[in-house]
Design a binder for this molecule. Sequence first.
Ligand code: NAD
Length: 473
Amino acid sequence: MADHHNGLSFLESVDHMVDRALLSMDLAPDVAEAIKACNAVIQVKFPVKIRGKVQIFSGWRAVHSTHRLPAKGGIRFAPCVDQNEVEALAALMTYKCAIVDVPFGGSKGGLMIDPRQYDRDEMQLITRRFTLELVRKGFLNPATNVPAPDMGTGQREMAWMADTYKHLNPDDINYTACVTGKPVEHGGIQGRTEATGRGLQYALQEFFRHPDEVKAAGMEPDLAGKRVVVQGFGNVGYHAAKFLQEENDCRIIGVIDRHGMLHNAAGIDVEVAYRYRVEHRSFKDFAGGEYTENGAKGLESECDILIPAALEGQISADNAARIQARLIIEAANGPVTFEADQILNKRGVVIIPDAYANAGGVIVSYFEWIRNLSHIRFGRMQRRFDEVRGHYQIEALESLTGKVLPQALKDKIDAGASELDLVRSGLDDSMRQAFQGILEVRNGNEKITDLRTAAYVTAIRKIARSYLDVGIY
Ligand code: NAD
């Protein structure tokens, strides 16, 4: 969507950010070009008979890189998807996977559709038909190209896609691994739906473990009590806001959706607001805050942390100078344009970039894919074993000391890890490690001053290494 990026298309905006990172590296220009190029993209147009009339739908799937397989990335259902957007998002997936050490290439898909115009049965028909196109053309397969949910898609669509693939490939024993983000009953993994919001929470927690970073952002230490504004109250925005409020004592003072903004300086009860919005489809007349229709203006509200979790191009040269937050953490893909990024960097506003901040989804998708290939739930073999061993440890401790451990401590020691525990632990570890890797790169190169450039340098180094090791052919 070129207009959101002040003349630059979304893809150009991403490429400019990558070029800026390349300036601080010593990489052969041809290797850099090979990394930036989108490997393949298909457009499909297919007919579906809806309410007695044939409608033609357009969809895309871009594969940015195949240096690791499968190529991985969500499928978006939105009215204004186009090829440029899908290519930009596929490129971001390549860098994202590299930053958080997920051994996948980058891909992304989109279907031009307004899902609100169709009922459930119609959506199923359209999704299955789109899947058929992707499978037949080799753009959906557990070994080479694995989609996941994105804007406008969720578990429901992933279940339809997996089922369509299974019918077309009944002899593929790994068919459930053809998409991630499935319902748990259909091969999904615990914790995938919340994963991107959860990952964002872990990223913020990690940021606040580095006092120098917090100070440089001009903020007081401690995540607790920070005033947060969230744009987008879908899967990612809702979960991020919920966890930050419930577990980190952040004050969620603003929530922006496509219709407007809900504001309450004393803090919005996220769960109550979410339920109200599901029922009424808007925050209008919600008693727990003040509602205004100019949502875009809400991005400029006074707050400590701004979480854009809706669309690309929301913070551009038009409004970057008026953003009051000290820290922006990009939950959406590409919410800050290249020009806005430069303005914000000059103003000293710290940005935790999308390619790192919203990687929770792909990290847990990686866990789901492994679970599907191994055909066993994580923890199934060792949970009871750990429980018994914990029990013996408690007994040993109590008999040696002659004291009784408090029950709450006993419960912690003898609990075997559930799949959700393991997923959250793996996600937390991945987010921490990746952030530390980004800081290390930034601190080791005086040409790099911002986290985004450092994140891209981290990614490009790893991808270049893999190209140089096996050669480009
Ligand atoms: P979603 O469809 O669940 O929610 C999108 C939200 O954005 C909705 O609340 C909608 O009301 C809001 N919105 C749409 N247009 C808006 C506008 N103009 N102004 C304000 N709000 C608007 O989508 P999602 O899965 O939460 O994805 C949101 C963003 O996060 C996207 O950029 C997506 O690419 C990115 N992302 C998602 C995942 C994932 O796991 N779902 C992973 C990584 C990145």
